[in-house]
Design a protein around this ligand. Structure first.
Ligand SMILES: NC(=O)c1ccc[n+]([C@@H]2O[C@H](COP(=O)([O-])OP(=O)(O)OC[C@H]3O[C@@H](n4cnc5c(N)ncnc54)[C@H](O)[C@@H]3O)[C@@H](O)[C@H]2O)c1
Length: 387
């Protein structure tokens, strides 16, 4: 029986991926093989000796001391992109909130008083205040073309918009998933100069803090809608306020309320709703449970934040999973131990990432404890497991 400790509530759809005949899953469990969590802060937690893997049902891993787990040879898995559709849909709502003045118009209607006939008159007189503009033919700039940004870019094309994207770190895999009709910008400034809407989908790091600032606002055309469903801090609040006053910014729609902006009539703040859908929670839990299961049962690694991607199809052999420091002569020492113990290698894969290397070896006979002990005692080997 494999034991899974949950440090937060994990969606049932995810837990169902761990069948009861093979897995014991509980919020209190001794000697867990793996831990599943969402936002629990693991920094002060002792690492159980039995632990083989950690799975975060979400994208960010700030709540996990990843380096500590790397040093112990324990992979940390996450669920990149599992909430991308949820955020994309809210960005779409945000675009319409911004350009059709939906929130202000709704507010206006809710405060009307009188008979239905009087309301009708007031509506006809008042609606011109809320006239907006349409999406097709307008240009949206998408900054950050990762899991979320590229779905936003592709969606905007489907809505008949032109799309200009900027991401100097786009992955090859990411580029394959992006429509060829997205125009590539060579700088953030170029996006600012071309766009009628700008949507941010970058992490908050030094290079992205205050990406929207007073200088950049001057580059904008008039009446631009700015959308921030990424992180607070990417858009400078004073700059937005000035931009609205000067007419450069038509509306600012974001997921990060603050006292300076919440009462502003051209700012629409939502209460960090981006990934708050049942589907996103289910997707995250399903993804990470599948990955943990694949690692525990086959040693394969997919979507780890500290280990390389490794997959080896199973065959007739007996499998060893070995984590070691990424230094010379490890494979030589591993194969010498196996040969000395008369174990014939049927198949093998070895990949590295930073200071870690990971090896899967299939051999022709059951691997005994004595062999495992010899492998574990090699200097630089962090973790050995017979699967
Ligand atoms: N509102 C919410 O509830 C919510 C939900 C999920 C994610 N997010 C946030 O959305 C953001 C994007 O998430 P994701 O899953 O798409 O992440 P991701 O890692 O898949 O993509 C981020 C992209 O930003 C790019 N990037 C980094 N620095 C850049 C820079 N200086 N200029 C341009 N591009 C740059 C990277 O190359 C990467 O492609 C993150 O900040 C995440 O925290 C918010």
């Amino acid at each position: 029986m494999l034991k899974i400790l949950t440090l937060n509530n994990i969606s049932v759809a995810g837990l169902e991926r761990l069948p009861r005949d093979k897995y014991e899953v509980a919020s209190e469990i001794t000697h867990p093989d793996a831990i599943l969590l969402r936002s629990f802060k693991m920094h002060d937690m002792d690492v159980p000796k039995s632990l083989k893997a950690v799975g975060r049902a979400g994208a960010g891993v700030n709540n996990i001391p990843v380096d500590k787990y790397s040093a112990l040879g324990i992979p940390v898995f996450n669920a990149p992109g599992a909430n991308a559709n949820a955020v994309k849909e809210l960005v779409m709502a945000g675009m319409l909130l911004g350009c059709r003045n939906v929130a202000s118009a709704w507010d206006y209607v809710r405060n009307l008083k009188g008979s239905d006939a009087e309301l009708n008159k007031l509506v006809e007189a008042g609606k011109k205040e809320f006239a907006g503009f349409e999406l097709p033919g307008r240009t949206i700039g998408v900054i950050g073309l990762g899991a979320i940004g590229r779905t936003v870019a592709n969606m905007a094309l489907e809505l008949g918009m032109n799309v200009v994207g900027f991401d100097p770190g786009i992955t090859v895999e990411g580029a394959w998933q992006l429509s060829a009709n997205v125009e590539k910008a060579s700088s953030v400034d170029e996006v600012f100069a071309k766009a009628d809407f700008i949507s941010f989908h970058v992490p908050l790091i030094d290079a992205t803090r205050d990406m929207v600032n007073s200088e950049r606002i001057k580059l904008l055309k008039d009446n631009v809608v700015i959308l921030n469903f990424a992180r607070d801090g990417i858009v400078n609040n004073e700059a937005i306020s000035e931009g609205i006053k000067s007419g450069k910014v038509y509306a600012y729609v974001c997921d990060f309320p603050n006292n300076m902006l919440i009462k502003h009539e051209r700012v629409f703040c939502l209460p960090h709703l981006g990934a708050s859908t049942t589907e996103a929670e289910d997707n995250c839990a399903i993804m990470v449970a599948n990955q943990i299961r694949d690692y525990l049962e086959s040693g394969n690694i997919h979507n780890s934040v500290n280990f390389p991607e490794v997959r080896m199809d199973s065959n007739e052999g007996y499998r060893l999973s070995i984590v070691n420091s990424n230094v010379p002569n490890m494979l030589g020492q591993i194969s010498t131990v196996l040969a000395n113990d008369n174990l014939n290698i049927i198949d093998m894969i070895n990949k590295s990432r930073g200071e870690l290397a990971y090896t899967l070896v299939d051999v022709d006979q059951v691997v005994g404890q004595a062999t495992l002990d010899k492998l574990s005692s090699i200097d630089g080997i962090l973790n050995v497991r017979a699967i």
